[in-house]
Design a binder for this molecule. Structure first.
Ligand SMILES: [Zn+2]
Length: 314
């Protein structure tokens, strides 16, 4: 058994995971602010509570951010106060067990490759749609992390020069057009214009435009609201365009799309496939990569972190 943790800006999810990727026991805590010592302590508490009654070989920690190539130090984490934090050594000292650190998108991609929708694919690209876009690649059975360990920031490819401002500092990044946040923003804009097509959306939030989120739009699209279906379709078109760019650079056999937005299913994926095929360079003269929805859901990150830790310790 191994324990995997997914450390997010608001929650830490943890679980005991067996070698087939099944989560046997799970726990969740709120992330205790941004103090690095408090976050470490939460990780230690969760591991100790989960480990009771199990033989635990290793602990895997996945978090948003950049790990150095050796995987011992968190160089930067956007939602936590880790800056050049030697997290692996700190946690190993506190836990007395082997610890492996992973970027959260890498961990989720690994889990999909090992146990989910990416199994058997020699060149897999995973894209996770949440507040932003997470990205990762599994190539020939290993995570491709780049020369400095910071590969996979697909969400910040500029897809619309001079477009929407991104928190990374640039304008027009892909995640400003093809994420859950982008869907919410577009829907608020539509409702804010008091368009007659947005009446169902406005009714759902009692006229409070600020309460419209990507999740609400996805839900309304699923029950058939035409305006919300259009909004999801637009996001799918942007998603497909960005995937075509990635295919031009990376030529994967399969894309696996994860994250909350995938609840929209074919309402999202069909327009994505269409835009992908329409924008692919050399279309008609090359095989089309498959585009699949992720299979493991929100626990992919902790499952992958646990599996990577188990393999590193073996
Ligand atoms: Zn950006």
């Amino acid at each position: 058994m191994a324990i995997g943790l997914d450390v997010g800006g608001t929650k830490v999810a943890a679980g005991v995971v067996d070698s087939s990727g099944t989560v046997l026991r799970r726990l969740r805590r709120s992330t205790p602010g941004t103090d690095p010592r408090a976050v470490e302590q939460t990780i230690v508490d969760l591991v100790q509570e989960l480990a009771v009654g199990y033989s635990i070989a290793a602990v895997g920690v996945g978090a948003a951010g950049w790990m150095d190539v050796d995987g011992g130090t968190v160089l930067f984490s956007p939602h936590l106060a880790w800056r050049n934090e030697p997290l692996q050594a700190n946690l190993e000292a506190l836990l007395g067990r082997p610890v492996a650190l992973t970027n959260d998108a890498d961990a989720a991609a690994w889990a999909e490759w090992r146990f989910g929708a990416g199994q058997g694919e020699s060149r897999l690209v995973c894209v996770t749609l949440g507040t932003g876009i997470g990205g990762a690649q599994v190539v020939d059975g290993r995570i491709e992390r780049g020369r400095f360990g910071v590969a996979g920031e697909f969400g910040h490819q500029v897809i619309m020069p001079g477009g929407h401002r991104c928190e990374c500092g640039n304008r027009g990044c892909w995640e400003q057009y093809a994420s859950g946040n982008a869907l919410g923003r577009e829907a608020r804009e539509l409702a804010g214009a008091n368009s007659p097509v947005a009446q169902e959306l406005l009714r759902a939030v009692n006229g409070r435009v600020a309460d419209i989120t990507g999740i609400l739009v996805t839900d309304l699209a699923r029950v058939g609201d035409p305006a919300c279906r259009e909004l999801v379709e637009d996001v799918g078109s942007w998603l497909g365009l960005g995937l075509a760019n990635l295919a031009a650079a990376l030529d994967p056999g399969r894309f696996v799309i994860g994250g909350g937005l995938c609840e929209a299913g074919d309402l999202l994926i069909e327009p994505t496939r269409k835009a992908f095929a329409r924008n692919l360079t050399g279309r008609g003269f090359r095989p089309l990569a498959e585009i699949s929805v992720a299979a493991l859901g929100p626990e992919a990150g902790l499952i992958g972190a646990a599996d990577l830790a188990r393999r590193a310790a073996a």
